[in-house]
Ligand binder design. Structure first.
Ligand code: SF4
Ligand code: SF4
Ligand code: SF4
Length: 305
């Protein structure tokens, strides 16, 4: 008797082959649903709805992309709009959940657990072991807006660890000072103040990020400063799924993949060396995959070939 894994599907394709083909969307859906269940147990059902919604959106759009690769970037942008919109507009502006970095320290001083810490743990400490910094290309609303300013300007400054960690420490110090000397925006009674923080900080990041991009090159806030990226970058090397050359011999070294990369990663060099993209700032946006006309690149858990 055949097991379910090898039983043929309706169109004659073995179920095991189907599972293998859709391993990335299935893994994404399973991880987000599991996370949703855990956070539901810790907090409330809204978080399950959120994470299950993210998983479902990813599952559906990734299956569509498998069957029509030209949809890869439009679908990713759709995910950014749906997920980023849910996080910012519904949870942020309607329910007053702040996902920005300083909120972790506001909450810490108030002794509560809310969106920012949940984002840090899930998007920056758990998901990076599977999908690296994929949160940045699919869920972050600031990242969605920075998509508009992905352009390169010839002055592409590289990331400096002292600058990134210095900025992170500055935010921590600012958050502790505000909570200590002014009003801590954490807590149900300070919802209006928290919403003002959400608006002000997003304006600061988007405005400052746009200016930085003009001065320092594509997606400069993400590459140079963002504290979430500073933390998740530490774990990137452990990520299971990475951009992987799957037929390096077909590469013409045209450089289109490197040109398309908003994080200024030299993808072409990785292909030349027949190795996966190991850059800690890869956000798994797959723009390099879309740019390669010879289908050399893929998001994969396997070794480069
Ligand atoms: S690096 Fe920061 S600002 Fe940029 S997309 Fe990621 S979380 Fe958002
Ligand atoms: S776009 Fe494709 S063919 Fe061109 S350098 Fe990159 S991997 Fe090679
Ligand atoms: S290497 Fe590819 S997936 Fe990674 S950031 Fe650059 S374009 Fe996006």
């Amino acid at each position: 008797m055949k097991s379910n894994l090898t039983a043929p599907t309706n169109n004659g394709e073995p179920a095991a082959g189907w599972l293998k083909k859709y391993s990335v969307p299935i893994a994404t859906y399973a991880i987000f649903t599991l996370i949703g269940l855990i956070v539901w147990a810790i907090r409330d059902i809204r978080y399950f709805a959120l994470f299950n919604g993210i998983g479902t959106t990813e599952l559906v759009t990734r299956i569509l992309v498998f069957n029509n690769p030209r949809l890869r970037q439009p679908m990713r942008r759709l995910v950014q709009i749906i997920v980023g919109g849910m996080l910012l507009i519904i949870l942020g502006f309607v329910f007053g959940v702040n996902f920005q970095f300083e909120q972790i320290f506001f909450d810490f001083q108030a002794g509560v657990v809310t969106g920012a810490l949940i984002q840090l743990v899930i998007a920056r400490l758990i998901i990076p072991f599977v999908f690296g910094n994929a949160f940045c290309s699919r869920a972050c609303w600031d990242g969605a807006i920075f998509e508009i300013t992905n352009r390169k300007n010839g002055r592409n400054f590289k990331r400096k660890p002292w600058l990134a960690w210095g900025y992170l420490l500055l935010i921590v110090a600012m958050a502790f000072a505000v909570a200590h000397y002014f009003t801590n925006p954490a807590g149900d009674e300070n919802e209006l103040l928290r919403k003002k923080w959400i608006v002000a900080e997003n304006l600061f990041i988007i405005g400052g990020g746009y200016l930085l991009t003009m001065l320092c090159g594509s997606r400069a806030y993400c590459r140079l400063l963002c504290p979430f990226m500073t933390i998740s970058s530490l774990l990137y090397r452990f990520s299971i799924f990475k951009i992987t050359p799957v037929k390096s011999a077909d590469c013409t070294q045209c450089g289109a993949c490197s040109q398309a990369c908003p994080m200024l990663i030299d993808v072409k060099e990785s292909v030349r060396n027949v190795e996966r993209v190991q850059n800690a700032q890869c956000i798994l946006c797959e723009r390099c995959v879309s740019a390669c006309k010879r289908n050399v690149l893929k998001v994969s858990a396997k070794k480069a070939i």
